[in-house]
Design a protein around this ligand. Structure first.
Ligand SMILES: Cc1cc2nc3c(=O)[nH]c(=O)nc-3n(C[C@H](O)[C@H](O)[C@H](O)COP(=O)(O)OP(=O)(O)OC[C@H]3O[C@@H](n4cnc5c(N)ncnc54)[C@H](O)[C@@H]3O)c2cc1C
Length: 414
């Protein structure tokens, strides 16, 4: 790891080496650009906020991105394929199943612990010679000058980059320093995360269950366990987090039902307050905004990381296509933001709509969504559209998401 004490100049500084920033850094290696990655918390640190014990559902598009970055083989060892997605509502007649076999694909996606993805990315980053890693190092602010962005760290060090990339999460300091506002709407919900062992094997089915207390996802993970994401009101989440294992399992059972048999054990629980945070723009002078810094979303549809990875590889593709040009030119940044517009708006709208539909207690809406699930199950078109969406097929896809090398002339990345 390189540590420099004076002002450091580079082509691109990525602020935030979480799942999305680290992926961008890897995608940019080999393009002849000098890259500096600045990350506040080391990947092996237990407090690393991006690489924690959450389990993430990766789309097939994201799998292809990780294959292109050369990290999929390592991730795959601890990934569980999703063969079916089962959507239901407790106490209602509707339910729907999306089956990978019916869609003609081997898997709808893969479930992996964030920690596994993060460590695979950083192991590779540490061997990339053209990359300067500053970690732990925290960015305090940035100012934009004519030819570069001047990034100041909390310890006083300075990085001058022709392009600064904000990959520092929902409360991005770089985004704020660049003068880009963000619309924030709190859902008044908290996601309680844990891993549990059910009595029945999950059989590679991802369950999305809408209970009166809030939606619960049970994602298949190794050893027959499931990764739980249980969305609750702040009061309920506080109460549930205070329960001992046995009482927690009883309440989980009551909300989830018996599709997975009787839950037997549960890990420690963690809480994530949920909000929609949408940056008003995906670019500003000498600044690109990606991942959760561009949009933080509700995990109900498992789209946040998948979308963030498409931000990263789209930006990498625009930069690769413009070899020799100023990487922070407004032309290039506008091209990036324009390309991302449709995908961002579609996924944010879809996810937000789902939260509001299933969060409603109005009986007509409850009826409609029960009916909707049945119709959805009967309609091949709706299922295929949802299936494509959950695989990461919304809008024009960047090359790495399609399983192609970043540049046409590259046959394979190392
Ligand atoms: C409960 C839950 C479940 C989810 N499940 C899914 C799922 O199944 N599928 C899916 O696609 N998405 C899912 N998501 C969304 C996904 O986790 C996020 O989209 C993803 O973590 C965003 O990654 P990121 O790298 O953009 O930001 P972050 O993960 O927020 O990482 C930001 C990084 O920047 C660093 N940083 C912050 N400030 C500074 C600073 N000033 N200086 C230097 N470094 C800084 C942080 O230390 C961190 O490493 C889920 C989210 C939640 C909350």
């Amino acid at each position: 790891m390189t540590q420099v004490n004076t002002t450091h100049d580079c082509d691109i500084a990525i602020v935030g080496g979480g799942l999305v920033g680290a992926s961008l850094a890897l995608a940019l290696t080999g393009l002849g650009l000098s890259i500096t990655l600045i990350e506040a918390v080391l990947p092996e640190d237990e407090t690393q906020p991006s690489f924690d014990t959450r389990t993430t559902a990766l789309s097939n598009g994201s799998r292809r991105v990780f294959e292109g970055l050369g990290v999929w083989d390592e991730i795959a060892r601890e990934a569980t394929a999703i063969r079916k997605i089962h959507i239901s509502e407790r106490g209602r007649f509707g339910s729907a199943v999306i089956d990978a076999a019916e869609e003609g694909i081997p898997a709808m996606g893969f479930v992996v612990e964030n920690r596994v993805i993060g460590q695979a990315l950083w192991r590779r980053l540490r061997h990339a010679s053209e990359l300067t890693l500053w970690a732990p190092a925290e960015v305090a602010s940035a100012t934009v000058e004519d030819t570069h962005s001047r990034i100041v760290l909390t310890d006083g060090r300075v990085v001058r980059a022709r392009l600064a990339v904000a990959a520092d999460g929902m409360s991005s300091r770089l985004r704020e320093s660049a003068g880009v506002g963000a619309v924030r709407s709190d859902y008044g919900q908290v996601a309680v995360i844990a891993q549990a062992t059910p009595g029945r094997f999950h059989d590679h089915i991802a369950y999305e269950r809408f209970a009166p207390s809030g939606p619960i996802a049970a994602l298949p993970i190794p050893d027959g366990r499931v990764g739980l994401i249980w969305t609750l009101t702040p009061d309920d989440s506080e109460r549930v987090l205070g329960l001992g294992d046995a009482q927690f399992l009883r309440e989980l059972q009551d909300a989830f039902g018996w599709r997975l048999g009787q839950f037997k054990t549960v890990s420690a629980r963690h809480a994530y307050p949920l909000a929609l945070v949408k940056a008003e723009a995906a670019q500003a002078p000498r600044t690109a905004i990606i991942g959760a810094a561009a949009q933080g979303m509700h995990p109900i549809a498992g789209q946040g990381l998948n979308l963030g990875l498409r931000d990263a590889v789209t930006l990498a593709e625009v930069l690769a296509e413009s070899a020799g040009a100023d990487p922070g030119s407004s032309d290039l940044l506008v091209r990036y933001a324009e390309w991302r517009r449709t995908d961002r708006n579609a996924i944010i709208g879809f996810t937000d709509g789902l939260v509001r539909l299933f969060g409603s207690q109005l009986s007509a809406l409850r009826m409609a969504r029960g009916l909707g699930l049945v119709l959805f199950d009967l309609s091949p078109t709706a299922k295929s559209a949802m299936s494509r969406l959950s695989q990461g097929f919304a809008g024009r896809l960047p090359r790495l998401s399609r399983g192609l090398p970043l540049l046409q002339r590259q046959s394979a990345r190392l």
